[in-house]
Design a protein around this ligand. Structure first.
Ligand code: 5GP
Ligand code: MG
Length: 177
């Protein structure tokens, strides 16, 4: 059940514009930067960030994809495992500054799996994390370097992120389960 629309199309655009500027500023430009979107909705977000970075700095940052599936047999314990199913990273990772991009940061288990997968691909110089929404409830010592919006949620709530590329509309809605 829909409870509240917390971000509209303009809000998502502004958050991503800000994050693009933050990425460029913190990394002193775009040299050696790569973006990796976590399927499903981290991928269009990563592509939009790459497009904004190109508009701001004039340089192209490659975008890769990680497909990580959480087996939701037990929704809130460390025991249930995210599994990396597919990796589409068609560029070298060695020495790169890797920015993982996901729509929602929750327990942190997906990001933990993503970190292992990226490190397996090569030897990145560092790994950073951008999330459109941080909804709290972390179960691991993981935090995002770039956050669109912090949205404190109860465990009974979830956050629906709708993007034009995947859902036909840009909005973030809090849902009551
Ligand atoms: P984690 O618990 O590993 O941080 O999150 C699990 C995965 O499910 C992540 O890819 C995250 O984006 C997604 N996720 C967790 N909670 C929510 C939520 O409330 N809404 C949406 N859209 N995705 C969520
Ligand atoms: Mg996700």
């Amino acid at each position: 059940k829909e409870k509240a629309r917390i971000i509209d199309k303009d809000g998502i655009r502004r958050a991503l514009t800000r994050i693009a500027h933050e990425i460029i500023e913190r990394n002193k430009g775009t040299e050696d930067l790569v973006l990796i979107g976590i399927r499903r909705r981290g991928v269009p977000l990563a592509r939009r960030l790459a497009e904004k970075i190109r508009a701001i700095e004039g340089s192209r940052v490659p975008v890769g994809i990680l497909d990580i599936t959480l087996y939701r047999d037990d929704l809130s314990t460390l025991s249930h495992q995210p599994v990396v199913r597919q990796t589409e990273v068609n560029f070298p990772i060695k020495g790169k500054k890797v920015i993982l991009v996901d729509d929602v940061l929750f327990t942190g288990r997906t990001i933990r799996a993503a970190l292992d997968a990226v490190i397996d691909l090569g030897r990145p110089r560092n790994i950073q994390l951008a999330a459109l929404i941080d909804r709290g409830h972390r179960e691991l010592p993981i935090r995002a370097d770039y956050v669109g919006k912090n949205v404190p949620t109860s465990r009974r709530e979830s956050v629906a992120v709708h993007l034009e590329e995947t859902d036909g509309v840009d909005e973030v809605v809090i849902m009551e389960k």
